[in-house]
Design a binder for this molecule. Sequence first.
Ligand SMILES: [Zn+2]
Ligand SMILES: [Zn+2]
Length: 211
Amino acid sequence: MFVQKFTFNPVEVNTYLLWDETLECVIVDPGCSNSSEERELKDFIEENKLQPVRLLNTHGHFDHVMGNEFVERTWGLKSEIHQEDVFFIENASASSARFGISMENPPLPGRYIEEGELITFGSTKLQVIFVPGHAPGHVAFYCEDDKILIGGDILFRGSVGRTDLPRGNHEELIAGIKEKLMILDPQIKVYCGHGSETTIGAELEQNPFLR
Ligand SMILES: [Zn+2]
Ligand SMILES: [Zn+2]
């Protein structure tokens, strides 16, 4: 599986494109907030002859769903998200205004992501790992074959997701990270919702929140 990272919008969210040799791709957390960011995403997809087949959201915070409408309008893809986080999509405009950012509420999702399900595209399988706490419906996408985890805002390099936003829960987040992520192969590369990549092993050794 190939991974391309884009960093979009004033909150600097990481948007990921995942694809394989079939050239089918999925778009995870499109954060495009203006026409130049939309063009950057679209140009990359067209230049690499990729075919977007799914739109996945790790969770519903406004910075991660800002580009859902663009992706739906451009490639006809409805978003897929855990049901517990639809609340944020329905309130994205109000939440973003609190950060001084203006946006419409994104379109409602087309399907709910379930804990433990397998999400497929091309010849690739992504396992859904449910780790609430930063957001009540937060999921990570895990590709066992390629040892890659798309983690959203659950875990960062040397840190964890903030839990002071509505419906956050710090204890639940830490327990979920320890029980569901830290048991995975230490070599797994983690692509985070903000900032740079890390590995499960590096966080096991160094992350002060997981002591
Ligand atoms: Zn978030
Ligand atoms: Zn975020």
